[in-house]
Design a protein around this ligand. Structure first.
Ligand code: UT7
Length: 323
């Protein structure tokens, strides 16, 4: 059978770092509160003239560089983002043009913090159906552009950045030993859309609006849904948690991540954590974490990775991948 193998990863973080100490000067908060409640110590924030596509293009270039491929080798690009440069066209076509890719599929996916796993799933499906051989999948966000910088309940949480992977078709045997995407799991519950949303949009207020979050409610749902979905991944693939080499979770809150790891019986030494320095970068958080751990040598070829995320929608998603 055809598998979608992760040929390469790349990521990009804007230069400017905002520490918790700087946050203390912006709103009524404290380093102690932010670290205790979230695990976040600092986050990167894009420059005013830097858009989501700029971040995505940098991440894509780094993935291409480490793949040894050229842009013409790619059949398409899918970008997961909640903060596109424009209402249309998609960030994906900007990436396609900037990289000099040939004509092929290019579109954005909007599933907020679960967006990267949704995009990965679509790319995997195209590859398995034989409709594409190589797809660039990016998660990119300029969350700072939809944050109300006077709202302490949200502004301390988010950051900007982008991560990219190149998925490539390869022959597999259809077993757990195959390299590539082994299973994907996508969910949404629109009944919970009022827990995390923006108070604006193009067809309502005419502008993007700002992030509003009922944090405690999102937290409770995240703990439950993450526990359920990781169990589903184990059951579907008939594996035990001890067979997973790395948990690569969405980086929203250290306490949620710890809860999921505990449920799996995994120590934090088996979890890729970037929430302390990246904050919550929404759709960019998983590919950023992935690239961080690939580049520092923690994630090795052949290792089994469990990716999971939850975000606005509510949406939630997971993927089992052999790197
Ligand atoms: O990526 C998408 C998915 N998002 C998530 O998964 C986020 C899920 N939620 C969370 O991570 C947590 O709920 C938060 C980190 C957002 C909040 O932590 P919490 O422990 O749930 O705090 P809380 O919202 O219940 O607020 C506790 C207190 C409140 O004060 P009172 O009412 O107890 O007096 C807040 O007003 O903390 C106050 N507070 C703050 N204090 C200092 C809220 N934000 C801040 C702040 N600094 N930045």
């Amino acid at each position: 059978m055809i598998r979608s193998v992760l040929r390469a990863t790349g990521s990009y973080l804007p230069d400017r770092i905002i520490t918790n100490a700087e946050m203390e000067r912006l709103v009524d908060t404290s380093d102690e509160w932010i670290v205790q409640r979230t695990g976040i110590r600092e986050r990167h924030v894009a420059a005013e003239n830097q858009s989501t596509s700029d971040l995505a293009i940098q991440a894509a270039k780094r993935a291409l560089e480490s793949s040894g491929l050229s842009p013409e080798d790619l059949d398409g690009v899918i970008v997961a983002t909640t903060t596109p440069d424009r209402t249309f066209p998609a960030v994906a076509v900007m990436v396609q043009a900037a990289l000099g890719m040939r004509v092929g599929l290019a579109f954005d996916v909007q599933a907020v913090c679960s967006g990267f796993v949704y995009a990965l799933t679509l790319a995997d499906n195209f590859i398995q159906l034989g409709q594409a051989k190589r797809v660039l999948v990016i998660g990119a966000e300029k969350m700072s552009s939809i944050i109300n910088w006077e709202d302490r309940t949200t502004c301390v949480l988010f950051g900007d950045g982008a991560g990219a992977v190149i998925l490539e078709a390869a022959e597999g045997k259809g077993t757990l030993a195959d390299r590539g995407v082994l299973s994907t799991h996508l969910y949404a519950n629109g009944q919970l859309s009022e827990l995390l949303y923006t108070d604006g949009g193009v067809s309502t207020t005419g502008h993007s609006g700002h992030v509003i979050m009922l944090g405690k409610e999102v937290f409770k749902n995240a703990v439950t849904y993450m526990a359920d979905i990781v169990q589903e991944v184990l059951d579907k693939n008939q594996i035990s948690a001890s067979q997973i080499d790395w948990l690569v979770p969405h980086q929203a809150n250290l306490r949620i991540i710890t809860g999921t790891a505990e449920k799996l019986g995994m120590g934090l030494d088996k979890v890729v954590l970037t929430v302390d320095t990246h904050g919550n970068t929404s759709a960019a958080s998983i590919p950023l974490a992935l690239d961080t751990a690939v580049r520092d040598g923690r994630i090795q070829p052949g290792q089994l990775l469990l990716l999971e995320a939850l975000g606005g929608g509510l949406t939630w998603a997971a993927a089992l991948v052999r790197f």
